[in-house]
Design a protein around this ligand. Structure first.
Ligand code: ADP
Ligand code: GLC
Length: 469
């Protein structure tokens, strides 16, 4: 059994913008269940509602020339110590990463400080065998550990795992970050953390971590190709011996129609009848007529290039010629938000769009839709298709990354080419199949029976920790 200190910028239910938070909410408890001691370090952002449980005051945190005194708050949840780094000048802001003006200009300092705080926590509060960092925000940790603490006996046996949840976000900063963070200029080269003239946090993590994982086996292969490698494919190919793909799980304690308190009614594979009540409730909530017959297609997504939602706006005029409803929940790039708003006003009887972030509606949408669309350009893992399967909501997905590893022709509808035609063909096939309600119910039940619980993934991480220790 190991002592594991996870470090990340999000963890559900405390702070979430996407799937990273779901992972940090569920993997640590699953590892604790296997007998490991697990703590998670995340920032204390604005709006943190739980009672303040200060366990440490005045933890000195240095990010280059910048010094902070951090308070550490603790919440124990499902056997895991969640430790919140309280540095108000860095984290008490309206957004996690950006506001209406764009990315915070000091993100490099904010997240360098998070890694440094984790190292301080490791010395004073929770000494780990394994640091487990996630994404670019915590990717300086492996570098700091080896370069700044290489001679510190506290960490002689300590190993670092970095999980890449999304290679599309690398944490790239201009060379002024070298001074801002007092990084060693001798390491600012192609073998180090330099990437086309920028400081790359993610590259530092890839180079200095003892082991690398990504969140599905297919994505682990894809990122070693020029098409998916975002310029890091050569490095990732040469890092292949330390790289593995471990599929994320789904947290069925949060995402199951049998127990989901947010739904109008609960249902199971054995008795699907209440799913109809969820569908009616969703249509009403979204301001559409409560008609049980037309199939409802759902989308829940960050509205970003990665997610391929442009394909949906492209096929919308074709789609509305059929007797279907489209229900969209998403937030992100302004241009995409505007496009979806435009669709809702062009076809108010058929398309309903909620721009924003709404966890409760996300659950209701998973339950109330008949089909779920994920036309991603790339998808490291993807969680909503797994939730959809569990809710009997048939996924229509592009065959890429974790979508390819979780949905097949029996449980969903697949397309390969990134094109409106290919998506329309898959949707057309689904609409036709929907006409045979008995066969459709069989497909729903098969999806609901699939088991992507975290236990399997946690075991794979556990084996990896043991290997590198
Ligand atoms: P990604 O992390 O790339 O955004 P995932 O499929 O891994 O994609 O996870 C997305 C998570 O964020 C899911 O739990 C999904 O329900 C949630 N989510 C995304 N957009 C919204 C939104 N607008 N409102 C509520 N939940 C959302
Ligand atoms: C990223 C990816 C998504 C993955 C999530 C959790 O945000 O875009 O595919 O499911 O991380 O690992």
């Amino acid at each position: 059994m190991a002592r594991i200190l996870m470090v990340a910028s999000e963890a559900a239910p405390f702070a979430k913008t996407g799937g990273l938070a779901d992972v940090l909410g569920a993997l640590p408890p699953a590892l604790a269940k296997l007998g490991n001691e697990v703590a998670v370090v995340i920032p204390r952002y604005r709006g943190f509602v739980l009672p303040r449980a200060r366990i440490w005051d005045g933890l000195a945190v240095h990010a280059g020339p910048h010094s902070y005194l951090a308070g550490i708050d603790e919440v124990v949840r499902q056997g895991v110590r969640y430790l919140f780094v309280d540095i108000p000048s860095l984290f008490d802001r309206s957004g996690l990463y950006y506001n209406s003006q764009g990315d915070y200009p000091d993100n490099h300092i904010r997240f360098a400080a998070l890694s440094q705080a984790a190292l301080g926590i490791a010395r004073h509060i929770f000494r780990p065998d394994i640091f487990h960092a996630h994404d670019w925000q915590t990717s300086l940790l492996p570098l700091y550990l080896r370069e700044n603490f290489g001679g510190d006996p506290t960490f002689f046996q300590t190993r670092v795992v970095l999980t890449v949840h999304n290679l599309g976000y690398q944490g790239l900063f201009p060379p002024t970050a070298l001074t801002d963070l007092s990084l060693d200029r001798a390491l600012f080269n192609s073998a180090g953390f330099e990437f086309h003239g920028s400081v790359s946090f993610l590259k530092a993590g890839i180079v200095w971590a003892d082991a690398l994982t990504t969140v599905s086996p297919t994505y682990a292969r894809e990122i070693q190709t020029p098409e998916f490698g975002f310029g890091l494919d050569i490095l990732l190919r040469s890092s292949a011996p330390k790289l593995t793909g471990i599929l994320n799980g789904a947290d069925y304690s949060e995402w199951s129609p049998v127990s989901d308190w947010r739904l109008a009614a609960r249902y199971s594979a054995a008795d699907l009848s209440n799913k109809r009540a969820c569908k009616m409730a969703l249509l009403k909530e979204m301001g559409l007529q409560a008609d049980p017959d037309p199939p409802v297609l759902g989308i829940i997504s960050r509205l970003a290039h990665q997610k391929g939602t442009e394909l949906v706006t492209e096929i919308a005029p074709w789609l509305v010629r059929h007797d279907v409803r489209l229900v969209v929940l998403g937030t992100g790039e302004a241009a995409l938000e505007t496009e979806f708003r435009g669709l809702a006003s062009a076809y108010p009887e058929k398309i309903a769009v909620r721009i924003g972030y709404d966890d409760t509606l996300a659950h209701r949408l998973e339950a109330g839709a008949d089909m779920f669309l994920m036309p991603s350009r790339y998808e490291p893992c993807g969680l909503n298709q797994m939730y959809s399967l569990r809710y009997g909501t048939v996924p229509i997905v592009r065959v890429t990354g974790g979508l390819a590893d979780t949905v097949d022709e029996d449980t969903g509808f697949l397309f390969r080419d990134y094109s409106a035609e290919a998506l329309a063909k898959a949707v057309g096939d689904a609409l036709e199949a929907y006409q045979d309600r008995d066969a459709w119910a069989g497909r729903m039940r098969l999806g609901m029976s699939k088991d992507f619980s975290w236990e399997t993934s946690a075991r794979a991480y556990h084996r990896l920790y043991e290997d590198i220790l």
